[in-house]
Design a protein around this ligand. Structure first.
Ligand SMILES: Nc1nc2c(ncn2[C@@H]2O[C@H](COP(=O)(O)OP(=O)(O)OP(=O)(O)O)[C@@H](O)[C@H]2O)c(=O)[nH]1
Ligand SMILES: [Mg+2]
Length: 214
């Protein structure tokens, strides 16, 4: 029993140290609809602050978001950006507020579901703003299903821009989800939830690696 207790004590201590190193000066920004939802969950796992950013004003009233920031109130009028060009413009319009959010952090985690307008346009723009402040940027993103044809090319361009901005990228491709045949098919919600869990797990690992914790 004593052995079990001491082993448990060790594990507890290790977990505390690991999460302490990850959360120190780390901020999670969830951008766009899927981004904000995944980020709210990720921030609970990382035990660090999160802020939801979207051009859609009503989406930000959800209680699961701690702090929120409306992107591009003039250019998007509280509605979805729909195209990456408008998402980028919305982020640029809100530049000063975004830069204020980055004050004092050394690690930014940017979360988005790529393929739409807001996340795919604003995330590279925000990554560039953070890199200008010498903040390390980890982009944790999902890639659209093959069925979402146009969205996949939008996502590809966004990945390229993130790479050029000097961000580390952790991506979960929705298309890589294993096919289940002959049993009960997973609902779309179950697949999205599983994708979210995978992305969060991959992000935690990457952050630990970056801090030399593995
Ligand atoms: N894992 C996960 N992915 C999602 C979810 N909802 C949407 N996605 C993915 O995220 C992509 C982008 O969708 P949104 O987040 O709604 O788009 P947006 O960034 O808000 O951009 P807008 O077009 O301006 O609304 C979609 O093409 C899907 O592949 C979700 O609940 N979970
Ligand atoms: Mg949206």
């Amino acid at each position: 029993m004593r052995h079990v207790v001491s082993q448990f004590g060790f594990k507890l201590q290790f977990c505390f140290l690991a999460s302490y190193h990850i959360v120190k000066d780390t901020l999670v920004l969830g951008v766009g609809g899927a981004g904000a939802d995944i980020a709210a969950y990720m921030a609970i796992k990382l035990k660090c602050p999160m802020i939801a950013l979207n051009t859609v004003s009503h989406s930000l009233s959800n209680r699961k978001y701690g702090q929120t920031l409306l992107l591009g109130p003039k250019s998007c009028q509280g509605l979805p950006a729909r195209t990456p060009a408008r998402g980028r413009k919305a982020a640029e319009e809100t530049r000063q507020d975004i830069i204020a959010l980055l004050d004092g952090i050394s690690q930014l985690v940017l979360v988005a579901g790529l393929g739409g307008g807001t996340g795919s346009g604003a995330v590279p723009a925000i990554a560039r703003m953070a890199r200008e402040q010498e903040i390390a940027v980890l982009a944790a993103v999902t890639l659209p299903f093959t069925l979402e044809t146009n969205r996949r090319s939008v996502a590809k361009v966004c990945l390229q821009e993130l790479e050029e901005a000097g961000a580390t990228i952790v991506a979960f491709d929705h298309e890589s989800w294993p096919m289940v045949s002959g049993g009960a098919a997973l609902s779309l919600n179950a697949v999205l939830e599983a994708a979210r869990d995978r992305l969060v797990g991959m992000t935690v690992k990457q952050l630990r690696l970056g801090r030399g914790l593995f």
